[in-house]
Design a protein around this ligand. Sequence first.
Ligand code: PGA
Length: 253
Amino acid sequence: MSSKKNSKIFAANWKLNKTPEEAREFVIGFKNEVFKKSDFFMSKEIIIFPQAFSLEALSSLCAGTAIGYGPQNIYSEKSGAFTGENSAEMAKSLKCKYVLIGHSERREIFKEQDELVNKKLALTQSLDLTPVFCIGETLASREAGQTFKVCISQLENGLKNLDKTKRFIIAYEPVWAIGTGKVATVAQVAEVHSELNKYLTSYGLIDFQLLYGGSVKPENSLELLNTPFVNGFLIGGAALQVESFIKICGSEL
Ligand code: PGA
């Protein structure tokens, strides 16, 4: 799937929140609001990453609409003896088009290494799912002046041997800004996004968009969205309520 030119991407990461019933209520409420505006989806790509138990609810409510959805994680194998994991192939059977890969909570809490992230990315490519591939430095790395080194190494290892012609959505999420209310400054985001854009272009990716994530809220979204090379957001806490998610999606250039 290729990207819509000039669209901004608004991806909600619900993490371990919302029952299937609550997920249904959110999507119904969201649809009620946004379908009143006939041009809402013209320049926006909306993606929701619910907890896996709610994917079926999203599948029945979003199939045939412009609202995309997918799991927050998949395993690197399609099926087999891997108790507790999510299958990308099964996500595909629920008409998911996207998968979140390598979120810092997966990396930190579940000890996911770049090598596994790379295998997961390879599987998404083989199934024609679009990955939202997360990278970002910890506070200690930033304070040690290692921000670019960490991000570039996560990219280098994650992208190894992948098909460069396929679409990648890459979310830069400084770990210290996730769920902390500490948003990166526009200057910090601009600096990293410009470096990432340079690196990915010279690496040879053809179709990629860069998201920012980490304490994005209606109060800071407009400014951040105006930052060069920021093609949208990955939003956690502020994407749990229809009203604040819509406000962020409504940030205009
Ligand atoms: P946050 O989460 O918006 O709550 O900081 C972002 C994320 O973890 O993707």
